[in-house]
Design a protein around this ligand. Structure first.
Ligand code: ADP
Length: 866
């Protein structure tokens, strides 16, 4: 936990630090982008403005030039007409009629002169009186009489061209005048051509005046003589003085305000001939229109562009700023409070976002791993302390081990808190730590509850940047249980050694390969070696090959079967004499129950086996003696038994000898009789031979090996021997030998001795009674052979019956009392048992039960006998 807290604190501190180091807030990104766009677009706008201004200026110049040209053209047209009219007048002035003073003739002549429509030729005297006119009196619209220049006009006589001539009842007109006759110092007449202003209007109107412009013809006083538009209303009026061109100029360009109050510009062209001025006006608004249009256009374009720039900047800013803001949020929160979403449109930002997302995922995974690691480390028993011992870090693992909470342990001196018992003085250990940078050793320390704990402690020295010892990290492992287990193991080992050494019997354990793992001194003595020499050696290295192979086979049988086995084995001792060991071999199992070897506990039974052999031999001797003794008791009867066939042999031999005769040759009848007598003699001799062989077998020493022998055969032979002389006593023998009586694995002589003893005891018992019947029967009962010897004697008394099979129990004067005890040991030695019970109707019955010989053995015996 301390590590986790430490790391988290570091992380939190880092975030605070980041907060403290937050950069000064600047303009939003959209502003930056807008500025960028503005900077890029400003030259374009400036260029566009300059271009538009230039175009507008050009337009104005073009307007001005057009106006000037129009004015000039009108002036030229006007001059041409005026020249023509002046010429006409001058020509007419030269008329002879005038020289002659014939006014009438002149008038006629004048009337014939071609002239503009509505124009009148007027002849005046020097005083201005009308002398003649071409117009009829009724139509004298332009008659000079009464005509006077509109004040403050100068008199019409002043120049050849008079401007506005107007009278209240007359149509406005102008006049082209000349003096007649020409060339005279004092001309008598003034000849004028009065022309309606409509003529001038036609000239002005016919001129090509650009649209939006108005042409006016002004006389020297500024009165309008003709006008391209609104002539009817404005002709005759006077323009404001500032709109008229100063008299000195031939042409000009003037700004001003019209009579209607309208701002106008005007191009002027003065006719040097007449002194009149042609003015071509246009409204200031129309003139300035291109410039204004260009201004507004530029303004509109600028605003549109600015709006466009702002919109695009905003759009781009959103697309860029959002992910950047998200990334900023990612950085600010350590990636915990943000999910990076795709922000379409800005591929690079997408890539950065994707890369950051991957980095974040990896960082998160690493952080988790670190957390897990830290939690794992926290569970370890780790102490971080200053070299002097002051505890800086105390993990929950340490708390778990020692019982001290971090709050109790932090700041304490570790070896004082834990009362540490060091294997060496602490100064030495610290010296080694400073020299090697690490130390490891076993410590005894005290827990909070006072109990002692043994730990393996590993110390690591950490140095600061300046190389000076900084901290010591102690990682400890509790080995208290291990040490206790080792102590217990050592005690067990000592106990085992004590047990082994206390036992006089050989005890040993061998592993699966037959190597001795543990043994005691008696066991080593069996191998003729010391304990130290024998440990780790294989049985083949310690015993002769045959004994080693037998021991190994016995071990393998135990390992294979997993069961304890008891066996007797004979091994040569150091002095060459065989030693007999009764060994109990048990599987040696490990904690999981797996067999890892064999434990053998032996008992040296050499002495016992020798005593048993001796006893056996003595028993054999005893049995032999008892049989000899029995035969001795039967000597008379046996002699009688033998005497009969021998006597018969002698008799038959003697008869044959007599038949063959000593004199002469015997006849055929004699020979036949002699042959039969000899055959009888031979038969009797064979009978006597059987008796002798049975006797010899019975008193023999028996056979070492047991053979499968038919029970009936054993019983028949023994009964015949035992019944010697019984017939004289009037004993009735009922021999019932069952045909299916089995064979038994028997030492023939001993089993016959059993039958002999039982039969002899029965015959002895029946001497005291009148009805003497002996029933001897064999039978098969299950897997056993049963022999029953039942007599009709007095039976067993109560006292004798209880101890009848114990030795030296006898009711007979010469009896030794060992017959039945021998019988019982023989029967039991054959795996059977012997019992006595009363015969129904009186007498005693003895029953011998022997195990039947195995079938194969019996078959083998049959083959052998066959
Ligand atoms: P011994 O014949 O030398 O006495 P045994 O051990 O053969 O020794 O017999 C022990 C005793 O058992 C005999 O003395 C006799 O009293 C008794 N006994 C044995 N067989 C019979 C029998 N068939 N009927 C009655 N008693 C018997």
């Amino acid at each position: 936990m301390w590590l986790k807290r430490f790391v988290f604190r570091r992380m939190a501190g880092g975030q605070q630090g980041a907060a403290r180091c937050e950069p000064r807030r600047g303009w939003p990104l959209a502003w930056h982008l807008a500025m960028l766009c503005a900077v890029v677009l400003a030259p374009m706008l400036a260029t566009e403005a300059a271009l538009l201004f230039h175009l507008a200026q050009g337009e104005r110049t073009r307007h001005e030039a057009t106006a000037r040209e129009a004015a000039r053209r009108i002036t030229v047209d006007l001059n041409r007409e005026l020249i023509a009219m002046r010429t006409l007048m001058e020509v007419l002035a030269t008329s002879d009629h005038l020289r002659a003073g014939d006014i009438g003739a002149f008038t006629s002549r004048a009337e014939a002169v071609p002239r503009p429509a509505g124009a009148e030729i007027v002849l005046q005297d020097q005083a201005g009186h009308l002398l003649a006119t071409t117009a009829p009196p009724a139509e004298r619209r332009l008659a000079m009489e009464g005509l006077a220049p509109a004040p403050p006009r100068p008199p019409v006589t002043e120049g050849p061209f008079s401007g506005l001539l107007a009278a209240p009842s007359r149509e406005p007109a102008f006049a082209v005048s000349t003096w007649a006759p020409p060339g005279t110092a004092a001309p008598a007449w003034r000849l004028s051509l009065a022309v309606p202003l409509a003529f001038l209007n036609d000239i002005v109107r016919d001129a090509e005046i650009p649209a939006g412009m108005v042409a006016s013809l002004l006389d020297g006083e500024g009165f309008i003589l003709a006008r391209s538009q609104e002539a009817a209303r404005l002709v005759g009026t006077r323009v404001p003085p500032e709109l008229n061109m100063p008299p000195a100029q031939a042409q000009g360009w003037q700004h001003g305000r019209s009579a209607a109050g309208e701002e106008v510009v005007a191009a002027f062209s003065r006719s040097g001939l007449s002194g009149w001025t042609v003015a071509v006006f246009m409204p200031e608004a129309a003139f300035a229109a291109p410039l204004r249009l260009s201004f507004w256009t530029m303004l509109a374009a600028g605003l549109l562009l600015a709006a466009l720039v702002a919109a695009m900047a905003s759009l781009f800013a959103r697309r860029i700023a959002r992910p950047i803001a998200a990334l900023a949020g990612f950085a600010a929160t350590g990636g915990e409070s943000m999910a990076l979403r795709p922000h379409g449109g800005v591929r690079e930002v997408e890539a950065v976002a994707a890369a950051l997302a991957a980095v974040r995922a990896e960082a998160t995974a690493r952080l988790r791993e670190r957390e897990d690691l830290l939690l794992t480390l926290d569970s370890a028993q780790v102490i971080v302390r200053e070299p002097g011992g002051c505890i800086l870090v105390w993990t929950s693992g340490s708390e778990h081990l020692y019982g001290w909470a971090p709050a109790e342990a932090l700041g304490r001196i570790s070896h004082e808190l834990l009362e540490t018992q060091f294997p060496r003085p602490l100064e030495q250990i610290m010296g080694e730590l400073l020299e090697r940078g690490e130390w490891q050793g076993e410590l005894r320390q005290r827990r909070r509850d006072g109990s002692l704990v043994t730990v393996i402690s590993q110390w690591a020295l950490r140095r600061g940047p300046d190389g000076a010892p900084h901290t010591v990290v102690e990682a400890s492992n509790d080995i208290t249980g291990l040490r206790e287990a080792e102590e217990a193991l050592r005690l067990n080992r000592d106990l085992l050694a004590s047990v082994l050494n206390a036992s006089p019997e050989p005890i040993s354990a061998r592993d699966l390969e037959g190597r001795l793992v543990i043994l005691n001194q008696p066991s080593a003595a069996v191998y003729g070696a010391t304990v130290e020499d024998a440990i780790g050696r294989r049985v083949e290295e310690l015993l002769p090959p045959s004994a080693a192979a037998a021991a190994r086979a016995a071990d393998l049988a135990v390992i294979t079967s997993g069961r304890t086995q008891v066996l007797e084995n004979e091994i040569p001792a150091g002095d060459g004499s065989p030693r007999v060991l009764l060994s109990s071999k048990a599987p040696w199992r490990d904690g999981s129950g797996r067999t890892v070897g064999v434990v053998t506990v032996s008992r040296d039974i050499t002495v016992r086996r020798r005593a048993q052999a001796r006893l056996q031999q003595m028993q054999e001797e005893l049995l032999h003696v008892s049989r000899l003794s029995a035969m001795g008791a039967l000597a008379a009867e046996l002699a009688h038994e033998l005497n009969q066939p021998l006597t018969a042999v002698a008799n038959f031999a003697d008869a044959a000898r007599r038949m063959l005769g000593s004199r002469g040759t015997p006849d055929a009848g004699q020979l036949q009789a002699a042959r039969e007598a000899m055959a009888e003699a031979a038969g009797q001799a064979v009978h006597a031979g059987r008796i002798i062989r049975r006797l010899r077998d019975f008193i023999g020493r028996g056979e070492a090996e047991r053979q499968p022998t038919p029970l009936n055969m054993l019983v028949d032979g023994a009964v015949r021997l035992a019944m010697a002389g019984a017939g004289k006593q009037g004993v009735v023998l009922r021999l019932e030998l069952a045909p299916d009586a089995p064979e038994v694995m028997a030492d023939r002589v001993r089993i016959q001795q059993v039958v002999f003893n039982l039969v002899r005891n029965a015959l002895d018992a029946m001497q005291e009674v009148v009805h003497r019947e002996l029933r001897i029967a064999t039978a098969r009962r299950g897997g056993s052979a049963v022999l029953t010897v039942a007599d009709t004697g007095p039976g067993l008394s109560q006292t004798v019956a209880e101890h009848i099979f114990e030795p030296f129990i006898s009711t007979k004067p010469e009896g030794m009392g060992i017959g039945l005890s021998i019988c019982r040991s023989i029967v039991e030695d054959h795996g059977g048992h012997l019992a006595a019970e009363p015969t129904p109707g009186g007498g005693a019955t003895f029953r011998v039960v022997l195990p039947a010989a195995p079938q194969e053995a019996a078959t083998q015996a049959e083959v052998t006998h066959g």
